[in-house]
Design a protein. Structure first.
Length: 279
């Protein structure tokens, strides 16, 4: 008797443990009936659909208020960065081996195609030295000023299709990043220096590295579709005694209010790259 009484509770314990997964008597699965589970699933389905709908609605409202023409959230006009072409901060080549500098020449050639006269036929002439202001409705199409690659003279790729790499006096082309609404004060120009005891001669074009104000302001990708950034080419007149040396060149935008000495951002208004020519 005592024996059976002893066994009974243990049997019950066992069955209640199993019941907690599935109880065949009540038909409950993990303590809930099928209809209870269905209600829970339905609740979560509706809940998540509601969340997804809310998210989609918020995104739609946000995108609807965004403008294709001008970025919406800007409190001030930022300063531009300076970049070089060819797109390498480490230009190193053997002037006697065309294969070693072909990548730089090809890159410059491709980059300058946009500046071909044929590509700029639709651009009108502007007044040099003055901002080209085109105020008007935000969606108005703005005209672009032409920048002819011939202005880059020795570095235009027209007279010297090797951009000076063959003679060991390579060209580097600098451009400022596009900033909507930027109107630099002063007369911006590019000034490059070599960190080295004796300086290296450089040849700037156009106009001693001046950046013409007629290329400002920029009105944005959509309104100013044909806009071309003004360029400055620098030809580094490296001589034989500087072959096999790694030269560090720093170029800055000088002569204007554009920042070029930010400690945290070393590409703000300036760029530093290395050049090494071997023979
Ligand atoms: C540069 O290229 C020339 C011709 O291919 C070769 O004779 C010369 O050794 C190369 N110079 C160096 C430093 O590799
Ligand atoms: C741009 O001009 C260069 C030099 O005249 C020429 O070689 C090149 O084919 C032209 N590119 C286009 C796309 O017209
Ligand atoms: C170019 O920059 C160097 C160093 O920053 C400076 O000494 C030189 O006067 C500048 N040249 C011009 C023309 O501004």
């Amino acid at each position: 008797m005592a024996n059976t009484e002893d066994k009974a509770p243990s049997k019950e314990n066992k069955s209640s443990w199993k019941d907690s997964i599935y109880n065949p008597r009540t038909g409950e699965l993990m303590g809930r009936t099928a209809s209870s589970w269905a209600l829970i699933l339905l609740f979560y389905l509706v809940f998540y659909c509601f969340l997804a709908g809310l998210f989609a609605l918020t995104m739609w409202v946000l995108l609807f208020t965004l403008d294709d023409y001008v970025p919406k959230y800007r409190d001030r006009v930022p300063y531009p960065g300076l970049v070089i072409r060819p797109n390498s901060l480490d230009i190193s080549f053997n002037k006697s081996d065309p294969l070693k500098y072909a990548q730089y020449v090809q890159h410059l050639e491709k980059f300058l195609e946009r500046y071909n006269d044929s590509a700029q036929e639709k651009n009108e002439n502007c007044i040099s030295g003055e901002f080209y202001l085109q105020d008007g409705p935000i969606s108005m199409v703005r005209r672009a000023c032409p920048f002819r690659r011939a202005l880059l003279s020795f570095c235009s790729g027209l007279s010297d299709t090797n951009y000076g790499y063959q003679e060991g006096k390579p060209c580097v082309i600098l451009k400022m990043n596009r900033i909507i609404g930027l109107k630099p004060d002063g007369e911006p120009y590019i000034n490059c220096t070599v960190k080295k005891d004796h300086p290296i001669q450089m040849y700037y074009s156009p106009n001693n590295g001046q950046i013409d104000k007629m290329f400002f302001p920029y009105y944005g990708k959509k309104a100013h579709e044909n806009y071309l950034q003004p360029l400055v080419a620098v030809k580094l007149l490296i001589t034989k005694e500087d072959y096999n040396k790694e030269l560090t060149v720093e170029c800055r935008i000088d002569g204007s209010n554009l920042r070029n000495n930010d400690e945290r951002d070393k590409f703000l208004g300036r760029v530093t790259f290395r050049v090494k020519v071997v023979e």
